[in-house]
Ligand binder design. Structure first.
Ligand code: XIL
Length: 375
């Protein structure tokens, strides 16, 4: 009887302590400035979210998401392998939860993504005939885009369709449906989702050659009389080498097409790159070597500082073009969540975002806030 009593007291004690600790953390996140408030007259501030985040598993993190962001992109939940797992079957369970979470917290959702060569369901790769690929393509866009029309803000209709030289990337869609498949994707999305904004999204399209390819792609969609509302520059850059001039030129050239410009997957890596180029293709991977993972125990202040300054300059540029830019989305809430811990090398410790692994604001956070407070 006594042991039961003692156990009960211990349990109660730890419950009280844990709730208290969670509150303290929540209070701390309440005290820091809010990105979405600081930039409220400029652009939306987004993050990508995953399944455990929309389930609200960590109260400190939930509190941070609510306070800091007003837009979300599903990190994986709306990709085809999850939404459309079998030829004849869709699974909307997680996507519906994400949309409900967003409604509850007044967050705008950018659907990501209808047509992409990566993270496709396995059965697609086994299809060989053109008719079946076309059937998948039409059915997928119509079903998914119409379901969320009026519930979400926008779709990345097509993701990463270009090569670095600006030509069209080889994919099952290009191969089977021909070069007009992108215009067709937008046409189908426009019909299925008349109330949803439609975007083209890619990495490195700030680079001159690839940017020229993106511009001619966007012009071809417009020339076909099909709606395209914006372009998303992913923004997976290196903290010590952000291509500021190319970014500025891109903002000017893309907005001259009469469409919104967004930075949709922003993160600034601090780890060595296994290659010379800066290609964010999730299919390219490199083996782990200790020298590729120099900061497993923490980020040195000198590198924190370089990253903080890079973020500050970027946001100063974003502010300069606030009339052309509609949203800045970070690819994750905190460093612990970042895909860059596992890509292009698995199992590294990267620090690309504004909040650390304990959800505390980093030097970069305060520099971004400073850039926004100068207005
Ligand atoms: C990444 C996710 O962050 C990972 O969780 C997943 O394993 C692979 O995809 N460009 C994109 C995003 O458009 O969808 C990718 O997201 C990162 C690169």
């Amino acid at each position: 009887m006594k042991t039961v009593h003692l156990r009960f007291l211990l349990c109660l004690g730890s419950l009280v302590f844990n709730t208290y600790a969670a509150r303290c953390q929540a209070v701390q996140t309440d005290r820091i400035p809010s990105l979405k408030t600081v930039f409220q007259d400029d652009f939306l501030i987004g993050t990508c979210l995953n399944t455990s985040q929309i389930a609200g598993k960590d109260s400190a993190e939930s509190n941070l998401i609510e306070r800091q962001f007003n837009a979300i992109t599903p990190e994986n939940i709306m990709k085809a392998h999850i939404l459309h797992p079998a030829w004849n079957r869709f699974d909307f369970e997680l996507a519906d939860k994400l949309v409900a979470y967003a409604a509850k917290h007044r967050l705008k959702v950018n659907g990501h993504t209808l047509i992409w060569h990566s993270q496709l369901p396995d059965y697609i790769r086994q299809i060989n005939d053109v008719d079946s690929v076309r059937q998948y393509f039409v059915n997928h866009i119509e079903t998914v885009a119409s379901r969320y029309d009026g519930l979400i803000e926008s779709w990345d209709v097509v993701n990463e369709a270009l090569n670095e030289d600006g030509t069209l990337r080889n994919s099952i869609f290009l191969e089977k449906l021909g070069k007009n498949y992108i215009i067709e994707a937008f046409r189908l999305a426009q019909k299925a989702a008349p109330n949803t904004k439609l975007y083209y999204n890619d990495y490195n399209i700030e680079q001159p050659q690839k940017r020229a390819g993106a511009i001619s792609l966007i012009k071809s969609i417009q020339a076909a009389g099909v709606r395209i509302d914006g372009v998303g520059i992913q923004g997976h850059w290196r903290a010590d080498d952000v291509p500021m001039e190319d970014i500025e030129e891109s903002i000017k050239e893309f907005s001259a097409l009469g469409i919104e410009v967004m930075f949709t997957e922003l993160d600034l890596s601090v780890l060595p790159n296994p290659w010379d180029s800066n290609i964010a293709d999730i299919g390219r991977k490199a083996a782990y070597r200790a020298e590729m993972d120099p900061y497993p125990g923490g980020l040195p202040d000198s590198i924190q500082h370089v990253q903080a300054l890079a973020y500050e300059s970027l946001f100063q540029l974003f502010i300069k073009y606030r009339d052309s830019i509609s949203r800045i989305t970070f690819w994750g809430v905190s460093d612990g969540q970042s895909w860059l811990n596992n890509w292009p090398v698995r199992g590294r410790t990267n620090y690309p975002l504004l909040f650390d692994r304990q959800f505390k604001p980093k030097a970069a956070f305060y520099r971004v806030i400073a850039a926004g407070s100068v207005n």
